[in-house]
Design a protein around this ligand. Structure first.
Ligand code: GLU
Length: 476
């Protein structure tokens, strides 16, 4: 059997981390099996679907490295197939028109509530005779189409994550609406559970991998597969992503869109790595840091947990910092350059930029730290309280002044580390202060504060763009 899996996002919002994680598991499984990973844009909710959300979703998947095979299927273009399937079910007597009005259905639910019963459709129009139908139609009533679900239907499947699953028809809330209300005789807009089955079959999907919030849908969809005589795929229901309180991660938890994580400075590699670990555990003795390609070589559903996966910012931050620390300087610069340009900075020549990226790399957790930390290299920093205190230390200014004098007579190219150390030693001696004092003061003068990366490299970079002497002078 050819493995074909799909992600079926609804373009009613930006790419959510839950959808992206489902995409990751689909992709890993497809690549592990040498199969295909397909996309279907489920845009049938006309009011809420927006082209910009489709763009955001596709760009997010691309950014994460989740490349797909074949052109994405656009669900709204397949509506004729959906309607044909509904007609087939109507013709076979497996579906029927239900003329119950919203008011009648509401009254039905109220009665059920009053009697302490769970709300369900009571199948009241399941067996209308032609005269009854004609009577409803002559009243001008509209109708939905409902699919028959027998209470005693036994539904089971072997879930690749959760093992054997058993449902009974009586758990599914009565005969299911498969098309929206429309004038009698017409078929209104086809609905999710029907449409998904028709599309998955048309796309020859072999494995449906999606979040566990779809388990009840799977039970319903299995009945539709059977009724339409379509080949049934295998199912894998992945655990939900939970917030720190153990509830399903939702928009209320703040950042949940992949584009937001991207804007915050997370790398695609760390995000993909972290999302894989949300619900999947690596075999013992295997590094928790990996690329998607590496994970694909060992991915299987045996190691996908049944329990929900708590979102852990510390772990994501740790992974991101590890990715950034390990990036070769040219790749790090490739990530940082657009952010530096966005900050409005004119970038000096490439080698200078590469050296700055290399200097900052080890201290970054998020890419945007690489903007904050690069700022004093592009903009003259104001002197902070700790910097000012340092410059007030006895001998600090004398030391800096000597350094300036030496720089007047000996030009320093910004590269020779030994020469820079010698200049500092000379200045300390001349001002009769410890080397530590002059080094701290130099840092205060150059960066405005006492924290920052390696001093000599910092000084060298500023010297190479002619930004060291002015910063020393203003402190005297
Ligand atoms: N459009 C559905 C969703 O986004 C797809 C569910 C499925 O994979 O069948 O939840």
């Amino acid at each position: 059997m050819k493995v074909r899996v799909r992600l079926a996002p609804s373009p009613t919002g930006t790419l959510h981390i839950g959808t992206a994680r489902t995409a990751v598991f689909n992709w890993l499984f497809a690549r592990h099996q040498g199969g295909q990973f397909l996309l279907r844009i489920e845009d049938t909710d006309k009011e809420r679907s927006k082209p910009e959300f489709t763009t955001n979703i596709l760009e997010g998947l691309k950014w994460l490295g989740l490349n797909w095979d074949e052109q994405p299927i656009i669900q709204s273009q397949c509506v004729d197939h959906h309607r044909a399937a509904i007609q087939k079910l109507l013709d076979a007597g497996l579906a029927y028109r239900c003329y119950a009005s919203e008011t009648e259905l509401e009254a039905m639910r109220e009665t059920q509530k009053a009697q302490g019963q769970a709300p369900r459709y009571d199948n009241r129009h399941r067996d209308l005779n032609p005269e009854q139908e004609a009577a409803f139609q002559s009243e001008g009533r509209s109708a939905v189409v409902r699919f028959r679900i027998d209470d005693d239907a036994a539904i089971s499947w072997k879930d690749l994550v959760r093992g054997p699953m058993h449902w009974s028809g009586s758990d599914l809330g009565g005969d299911m609406v498969i098309s929206r209300r429309a004038p009698a005789k017409e078929i209104g807009d086809p609905l999710y559970n029907l449409v998904v089955v028709v599309d998955d079959a048309a796309m020859s999907i072999s494995h449906v991998i999606r979040g566990e919030d779809h388990i009840a849908n799977t039970a319903k969809q299995l009945l539709i597969y059977e009724a339409l005589g379509l080949p049934i795929p295998q199912f894998a229901h992945t655990p939900l992503i939970l917030n720190s309180e153990g509830r399903k991660l939702s928009k209320r938890d703040g950042v949940t869109s992949i584009s937001d994580f991207q804007a915050m400075g997370y790398t695609a590699q760390a995000m993909a790595n972290y999302m894989t670990l949300l619900g999947w555990s690596v075999p013992e003795g295997t590094d928790e840091r990996f690329t998607l390609q590496q994970a694909a070589t060992i991915f299987s559903f045996d190691r996908v947990n049944k329990a929900g996966a708590k979102f852990d910012w510390d772990k994501l931050n740790w992974l991101n910092s590890q990715v950034l620390h390990d990036l070769p300087k040219d790749q790090l610069l490739h990530e940082l350059k657009p952010l530096w340009s966005q900050a409005g900075w004119d970038l000096p020549e490439e080698n200078w930029c590469l050296d700055l990226a290399e200097l900052l790399g080890p201290s970054l957790t998020l890419l945007k730290d690489g903007v904050d930390q690069a700022r004093p290299f592009f903009e003259e920093p104001t002197l902070q309280a700790d910097g000012l205190n340092q410059l007030a230390v006895e001998g600090a200014k004398a030391g800096l002044s000597n350094l300036l004098d030496q720089l007047d007579s000996t030009s320093w190219d910004g590269f020779d580390v030994k020469q820079a150390q010698q200049l500092i030693t000379n200045a300390a001696q001349a001002a009769n202060i410890k080397k530590g004092v002059i080094m701290k003061s130099l840092r205060a003068a150059l960066l405005g504060r006492l924290q920052g990366p390696d001093l000599i490299t910092t000084w060298g970079l500023l010297a190479r763009i002619g930004q060291d002497l002015n910063r020393l002078r203003r402190c005297l």
